[in-house]
Design a protein around this ligand. Structure first.
Ligand code: G3P
Length: 217
């Protein structure tokens, strides 16, 4: 499973990147707003840091302007994936930009039918939003599973990018189902290491190291 980091915070990306945990980055207008940075500047900095795909989202809602924005975004760096919303205009932009050879991430996916349309429009990535479905008492994991089945049935090579991940369990379930990629905030990725038995076991080892005065260096 590829790990993308869902943030526009440079320091947080750099910290995880140094550990080999970053296969790509996703941003959206809310994350750009949170960073307080200019979209072009901060996206360039992220692309300089990370080798894998960096999703940058268009701001327009009509296809022609989305395509123009996408063509400007891909000038930032070779690893830009243009992020477009799952609307008919977004799919038109997806088709045009992918026909030009650019990576496209179709976002705000909440149904398997939407994912099917995005694959047919040439999406590189489809972003089903797990957490936001859970928020309205639907099961985000059912959506990931349905898309996996449908894409496998027909051999679509659009990658399933599990998004709106809110917990380590969301990562685990997405991996079990076979999502190609997951994107999560840095705090969620860091929380994946937590296990009380690891902490307890280490505490015991440290006590024994002290008691027996075990030294290596
Ligand atoms: O990747 C999409 C993500 O940024 C949305 O997450 O938590 O705002 O639903 P959230």
């Amino acid at each position: 499973m590829k790990f993308f980091v869902d943030t526009a915070e440079i320091d947080a990306i750099a910290e995880l990147n140094d550990l080999g945990m970053v296969d790509g980055v996703t941003t959206n207008p809310s994350l750009i707003k949170k960073s307080g940075r200019d979209i072009i500047e901060v996206t360039k900095e992220i692309c300089d840091l990370v080798d894998g795909p960096v999703s940058a989202e268009v701001t327009a809602v009509d296809a022609d302007t989305m395509i123009a924005e996408g063509r400007k975004l891909v000038e930032i760096a070779e690893n830009i994936a243009v992020k477009v919303p799952l609307t008919w205009d977004g799919l038109k932009a997806c088709k045009a930009l992918s026909d030009d050879g650019h990576m496209v991430n179709v976002t705000l996916c909440f149904s398997a039918n939407q994912a099917l349309l995005a694959a047919k429009a040439g999406a590189t990535f489809i972003s089903p939003f797990i957490g936001r479905l859970d928020d309205i008492n639907l099961d985000g994991m059912d959506l990931i599973a349905d898309i996996r089945t449908i894409y496998d049935n027909y051999g679509f090579d659009t990658q399933i990018l599990a998004a709106s991940i809110r917990s380590a369990n969301h990562v685990l379930e997405s991996a079990r189902i076979g999502a190609d990629v997951m994107t999560a905030p840095p705090a969620v990725i860091k929380s994946m290491i937590n296990h009380p038995l690891t902490d307890k076991g280490l505490a015991t080892f440290l006590e024994d190291i002290k008691a027996a005065d075990i030294k290596i260096l």
